[in-house]
Design a protein around this ligand. Structure first.
Ligand code: ATP
Length: 227
């Protein structure tokens, strides 16, 4: 466990040396990269923070590719947008305990396989999973190795969260209500100590610095992989 001082120093080094991870894997560190599981109420700022991180460290991170039984839409490539599989193949994977989490929406199955996460980790990149509370619980149950870093992004207050969601202008009144209703449960689960870190997204730059300092060790390893 790193002390706060060491973490702060590592973060300072990283800020000066943020760089592209490049296209080719040069060396593979013996240290196994832990996937990052990020969760938090809708509107807490997960996408905003991840977008900044992906932009500052191009090629260092990747989202895992989900499996689905829905048919590909025009332009969607297998293995890129999704791994498109038949219902039979999907159910076989469920039976083999191959999913970290899966769910059914409007007649189709969607899931995150353990293999998809492994593929990213094996490529030397940091795998990011942006999931809601049930996803976190299922990933914990799945026994995924190496154990992910669980990060919770918390809004400064429910009022600020509601304002940000309203200002985002992506929600209907009904979907907004649903999202706000889920906040208490997510916060209570976070308060049980389910996450390695809780980052309060009050000021974006401050929260982003904190996130980078929490990931400092991983960022050094992943950049070494692509030196
Ligand atoms: N620190 C901040 N200060 C002010 N506005 C912010 C801050 N962080 C994020 N926002 C804004 O709040 C809104 C919600 O953020 P974002 O879309 O990143 O949330 P999210 O957690 O990814 O939500 P969802 O789970 O619904 O995708 C966005 O419009 C974003 O620009």
């Amino acid at each position: 466990m790193l002390t706060w001082l060491v973490q702060t120093r590592l973060a300072a080094v990283l800020m000066k040396s943020a760089r592209n991870c490049g296209k080719s894997l040069v060396t593979m560190s013996a240290t196994e990269l832990r996937p990052i599981v990020m969760s938090g109420p809708s509107g807490s700022g997960k996408s905003t923070l991840l977008e900044k991180l992906f932009k500052d460290y191009p090629g260092c991170f990747a989202f895992s590719v989900s499996h689905t039984t829905r048919k590909p839409r025009p332009g969607e490539k297998d293995g890129v947008a999704y791994h498109f599989v038949s219902e039979e193949q999907f159910k076989k994977l469920i039976a083999e305990n191959g999913f970290l989490e899966y769910a059914q929406f409007s007649g189709n199955f969607y899931g995150t396989s353990k293999t998809s996460v492994k593929e990213i980790t094996n490529s030397g990149k940091l795998c990011v999973l942006d999931v809601e509370i049930n996803g976190v619980k299922n990933i914990k149950k799945s026994g995924l190795k190496p154990t992910p870093r669980y990060i919770f992004i918390s809004p400064p207050s429910p009022e600020v969260l509601e304002k940000r969601l309203r200002d985002r202008k992506t929600e209907t009144e009904e979907s907004l209500k649903k999202r706000l209703a889920a906040v208490k449960e997510a916060q209570e689960y976070a308060d049980t100590g389910a996450y390695d870190f809780i980052i309060v997204n009050d000021d974006l730059e401050r929260a982003y610095s904190e996130l980078k300092s929490k990931l400092a060790e991983d960022l050094i390893i992943v950049q070494e992989n692509f030196k």
